[in-house]
Design a protein around this ligand. Sequence first.
Ligand code: SIN
Length: 288
Amino acid sequence: MDAVLDYRTIQVTPQPSGFGAEITGLDLTHPLAPDVLADVKAAWARHGVVAFPDQPIGLEALEAFTLQMGGFGHDPYIKPMAGHPNVLELRREPDEKATNFGAGWHSDWSFQASPPAATLLHSKVIPPVGGDTLFVDAARAYEALSPTMQAMLAPLQAIHSAKQSYGTKGVFSQDTEKRTLQIIVSAEADTSLTHPLVRTHPVTGRKALFVSPVYTVGIADLTPEEAKAILGFLFAHLTQEALIYRHHWREQMLLMWDNRCTMHFAEGGYDGHLRLMHRTTVAGDAPV
Ligand code: SIN
């Protein structure tokens, strides 16, 4: 368990679920000093999902913090904010009926050769009901498997694609309801690539399952039926209640999660209310 004393410059309070933490004692309106940044990076690697409450930052400060964390990732298939090519505005108006963005378990952009290490989400307007974001600890999920299952999964390469979401026959191509978020459906999304099904975190050295129902569409060298059976088991295993941290938002809160060892799901349940967030990603490495 972390204690305040584990860090020299910030306070880190782990979530009671044993996964995720809240970080206080710092001001994100200005660039972080090197020792503070080092503590933040250490806490983020250790806890997977870190929340910074009461941070009334603007877009420039969000961009500056993203750069300090490692530089911008590439966000495809969604039109960025005007004048801020690396920021997405996740705005869902009270009268929108289309499914909310992120409403399926995924690790961000895992179909990229080098998916983002982190995603940062800053809350501007939070609905009075619903709108939580759920996270699973994919490292703990891996560690809970039997040694025999771990050995079976070790050599496997999972197939990732954006086609089920952004492809020419994906869910967004079927959108009939009005959506404020401008999604770009593309034939490029129909392509796929492989990543190790179990990846090793470059900082902690922990192994984690790296598959998700939204972006993992098969397993290399297995028949579709074999892959479906294994992935079905892994998706059920990953999303069991014991591995989930439910993040409840407050306004002006920044959340930063590690896409290398977590998967997340944006819960709806706020029809009739505005929800407005700003989002950036931090570039990552090719999974190994
Ligand atoms: C996402 O999947 O990046 C969006 C999460 C959210 O809006 O809570």
